[in-house]
Design a binder for this molecule. Structure first.
Ligand code: PMP
Length: 415
């Protein structure tokens, strides 16, 4: 009976916002959840989103069900954004002999279906792994975004961790990462953050990505990319997709979950996609049919609003270019508070501690290296809300509050 159900613990990320709301201190800062805020610390709706919504209203778009795989115009542009507009790296070129001539035709080797943002797309991929790769293991980075473990646990997919973060350098433990990927059973799925690794903000260099791809290929593993920050990390959609494209260009089979929560600010619209790159177009058709079969009893078909926004923004050259400007603006604001926080820390720190790791990290987050007790001090004494692993979301920081945050960090470090 329901009487026997015990209380679930609060979510380690979303629970932080609940605690923040209850705090009445004037200097309080919410650096917990990864959501972009303006310099006034207000949520931001992109201008291109408002324009796309106006277009949709003018056209009088209806609210009929979408097909199980989602909006066709969205699925097309989302794969193009990821793999490049000409899709060269995921095209299968076949020669067909007809009576008249030999013609070359191309078909896509990727199965793309719309998902319920990044989370739902990852969940669908997990269900595909559970059904078609029984016993296969997913390797996730240590640490990783907290929800990855929940997703694989609920999908009943086994996972283990590969080394990623080195606390001594507050950098990448590249040798540990490579050794663990090598040691995994052949044919494992290797979950990789396409760019702006969450929570550390530490990404492999292009040379390191090549070596990671070599090892994954040698071991017959399947790369599984989580791309939640395309365009948001560097400000460029192409730069942020370069890791995925490097793997795809090698002709590898791979999975990519995409999200438009951050780069288009569509957090609550739940818009994203799962892309499965196969070795042939025929296999992609079969995989797509199975993804639809998995989606049907879970949620039947995905929501249309966010999909139309993305399709309208990307499909309209003017809006597309305006989106890129707004993305650069958001990424730029985060970079500027990162720089200001670093300068404030250097000015205020009296022990000569090296804070340069903060500048090396990219994306929305900074991994401060603060432990749980120190993170508790940040919240209890300074009213700075953050996750207990020492991660702060710079997207929730204003330039005006950098000095205050630097005081809090230094006090907590030496606590
Ligand atoms: N993956 C990573 C690494 C993330 O940081 C996030 C968002 N915090 C997501 C996936 C998914 O977010 P959403 O479901 O809102 O797209």
């Amino acid at each position: 009976r329901f009487e026997n159900i015990t209380m679930a613990p609060p979510d380690p990320i979303l629970g932080v916002s609940e605690a923040f709301k209850a705090d009445t201190h004037e200097m309080k800062l919410n650096l917990g959840v990864g959501a972009y805020r303006t310099e006034d610390l207000q949520p931001y709706v992109l201008n291109v989103v408002k324009k796309a919504e106006n277009l949709m209203l003018e056209r009088g778009d209806n609210k009929e069900y979408l097909p199980i795989e989602g909006l066709a115009a969205f699925n097309k542009v989302t794969a193009e954004l990821l793999f490049g507009t000409d899709n060269q790296i995921i095209l299968q070129k076949k020669k067909r002999k007809s009576v008249i001539d030999v013609c070359v035709f191309c078909s896509l080797k990727v199965a793309t279906i719309q998902g319920l943002s990044g989370t739902g797309s990852l969940r669908l991929a997990a269900a595909l792994i559970e059904r078609y790769f029984p016993g296969a293991k997913v390797l996730i980075s240590s640490p990783t975004w907290g929800n990855h473990k929940n997703i694989f646990n609920d999908a009943r997919v086994q996972w283990s961790e590969y080394r990623y973060y080195d606390p001594n350098t507050v950098g990448l433990d590249f040798n540990g990462m490579i050794a663990d990927i090598k040691a995994a059973p052949d044919g494992s799925f290797i979950l990789l953050h396409g760019c702006a690794h969450n929570p550390t903000g530490i990404d492999p260099t292009p040379e390191q990505w090549e070596i990671i791809a070599d090892v994954i290929q040698e071991k017959n593993h399947i790369p599984f990319f989580d791309v939640a920050y395309q365009g948001f990390a560097s400000g460029s959609l192409d730069t942020d997709a370069s890791s995925v494209r490097l793997f795809a260009a090698r002709g590898m089979e791979l999975l990519v979950a995409q999200s438009y929560s951050k780069n288009l600010g569509l957090y609550a619209e739940r818009i994203g996609a799962i892309n499965v790159v196969c070795s042939t177009a025929d296999a992609a058709t079969r995989v797509k049919s199975q993804l639809k079969r998995l989606a049907r009893p879970m949620y039947s078909n995905p929501p249309v609003h966010g999909a139309r926004i993305v399709a309208n923004v990307v499909g309209n050259p003017e809006l597309f270019s305006e989106w890129k400007d707004e993305m650069e603006m958001m990424a730029g604001r985060i970079k500027s508070v990162r720089q200001k926080l670093y300068s404030s820390l250097c000015t205020k720190e009296k022990t000569g501690k090296d804070w340069s790791f903060i500048l090396k990290q990219i994306g929305m987050f900074s991994f401060t290296g603060l432990n749980k007790a120190q993170s508790d001090n940040m919240t209890n004494k300074w009213h700075v809300y953050m996750t207990k692993d020492g991660r702060i979301s710079l997207a929730g920081l204003s330039s005006a509050k950098c000095e205050y945050l630097a005081d809090a960090i230094i006090d907590s470090y030496h606590n």
